[in-house]
Design a protein around this ligand. Structure first.
Ligand code: ADP
Ligand code: MG
Length: 276
């Protein structure tokens, strides 16, 4: 592909060109769609391409079938495995890893106290962090996308949706009091059983698929040992409350909900989220 060819001496040019061709072939194996291939090359560096190629070789997917979301921090692709199972392939951008913004979600979390600030390391840390969070939540019995594997800045997980179309989010559908209680219970279970606070919870990071509530986008989630835990938790609760209130659903006062989420087990034990 022409874009790989730059001014170089005879030998260098040859070498560069050959590498480019090889990458191009790998590229073709990974991405089915010509148009997306060129976008891909603009957005991702070679190392990301190599990482994807590695993941493909390890059977994490056989090809990427299209992009489902292109955010500022990450792009999410619809991947398909050899067994024709859909997977979500989330690739953290190495071009825009703003450490300053993200620092508060790692500094103070004992699981991630060693890190470097260069943008690739930050992107890789985020893939690892989201994977670890998902695993912790999944193992605690929460309904989240089942984590598959991560490598470098790429995370692979269960695809929530149908035929490459992600499930609607709470923001896109009708919601009920039952959904409010389910989300509240999920926040509590996340806190009590998985020892995590999502820290970026909103109607845009919760799927509602056939009445099922599924929390996702766990990159920011912190361990409950993090010094800002209560602040993040209060913000999550506030966001959720605001959303359901806006939809005309009567909610538990935030302070009360917060204490229901965090309170130690009492005699009644397991006292769950109760209606106000
Ligand atoms: N596991 C998944 N299955 C299906 N679609 C997903 C999955 N994870 C993310 N998506 C899609 O990608 C979008 C962005 O993903 P998200 O994890 O929220 O990243 P960010 O908000 O950081 O860009 C989601 O709104 C959703 O449409
Ligand atoms: Mg999101």
């Amino acid at each position: 592909m022409v874009k790989y060819v730059r001014e170089q001496d005879e030998k260098g040019y040859e070498k560069f060109h050959r590498t480019a061709e090889r990458i191009d072939k790998r590229d073709r194996v990974i991405l089915k769609n010509e148009e997306e291939r060129s976008v891909f090359e603009e957005v991702f560096d070679r190392r990301t391409l190599m990482t994807l190629y590695d993941l493909g070789n390890r059977g994490a997917f056989s090809y990427l079938n299209g992009v489902v979301s292109s955010g500022k921090e990450a792009r999410v692709y619809w991947g398909v495995t050899d067994q024709k199972t859909d997977v979500a392939v989330k690739i953290y951008l190495t071009s825009s890893s703003d450490f300053k913004k993200r620092a508060q979600y790692v500094l103070g979390d004992p699981r991630f106290n060693r890190f470097s600030k260069d943008s690739r390391s930050v992107a890789e840390l985020w893939a690892r962090k989201e994977y670890t969070n998902l695993e912790q939540a999944y193992n605690a019995g929460l309904r989240v996308p089942k984590p598959g594997v991560f490598l470098g800045n790429v995370l692979i997980m269960e695809f929530i949706g149908e035929q490459g179309v992600p499930s609607p989010k709470l923001a896109d559908v009708e919601v009920s009091k039952k959904d409010y209680l389910t989300v509240s219970m999920a926040i509590k279970k996340l806190y009590k059983k998985a020892h995590l606070v999502h820290a970026d919870l909103s109607e845009y990071n919760i799927f509602k698929l056939h009445q099922e509530i599924i929390l996702f986008d766990f990159g920011s989630a912190v361990s409950t040992e993090h010094p800002l835990t209560m602040q993040f938790l209060a913000r999550d609760v506030q966001n959720i409350s605001n959303f359901f209130k806006k939809r005309g659903i009567d909610t538990t006062p935030e302070e009360k909900l917060l204490s229901q989420i965090t309170k130690e087990r009492s005699k009644e034990s397991e006292a769950s989220i109760v209606e106000s």
